[in-house]
Write a protein that binds this ligand. Structure first.
Ligand code: HEC
Length: 152
């Protein structure tokens, strides 16, 4: 009897210990996850809204192509079913940078996840270049002024 009970006991002890470790780990991860973005959010709140670092639009265009932003958002940031419109008139700088660092995954694009662009992939200065590119994109002519759209 005890020969059978032994291994079973040990196994259940081990799984209970494993559970405790997992719970501690989960708590630690949760704490890190909750604290880190909170600190960043405070910083973002202090920065003046929409005040980007001065960026270079030409370099930004190259980065927009090199980093693959265009594959989901279009070469001119016009948007598609793969990602929303980014230009003309991009969202404020702080929201832009926050989206790069922590893509929200908002609907209706939930089947396509925007990858995270951390500071090692795209520095703040490079992000400012991309932002300058988006700011530089002029709105197209109104539909009423495009002959092809007004043919009957
Ligand atoms: C694989 C596709 C994909 C790539 C690549 C991608 N995005 Fe996105 N992006 C999305 C989707 C989908 C959303 C909407 C869902 C979300 O908010 O995460 C989005 C949202 C955004 C938004 C928020 C727009 C708004 O109006 O709220 C910005 C800004 C943005 N992307 C910029 C970029 C930039 C800059 C790059 C390149 C460095 C990039 N994205 C690369 C798919 C992509």
């Amino acid at each position: 009897m005890s020969a059978e009970g032994g291994p079973i006991m040990r196994r259940s002890m081990r799984s209970r210990l494993g559970g405790a470790y997992a719970a501690t780990l989960a708590l630690l991860l949760l704490a890190c996850g909750l604290l880190a973005p909170a600190a960043e959010r405070v910083q973002a709140a202090r920065a003046p809204a929409g005040a980007a670092l001065p960026g270079d639009a030409a370099r930004g265009r190259q980065l927009f192509l090199r980093e693959g932003c265009y594959t989901c958002h279009g070469t001119l940031g016009a948007g598609a079913i793969t990602g929303p419109r980014l230009a003309p008139g991009p969202i404020p700088w702080t929201a832009f940078l926050y989206q790069l660092r922590h893509p929200r995954g908002t609907p209706p694009y939930q089947n396509i996840r925007m990858p995270e662009f951390g500071p090692r992939v795209l520095t703040d200065a490079q992000a400012a270049d991309v932002y300058a590119y988006l700011v530089s994109i002029a709105p197209g002519p109104p539909a009423a002024k495009i002959p092809l759209l007004n043919e009957r």
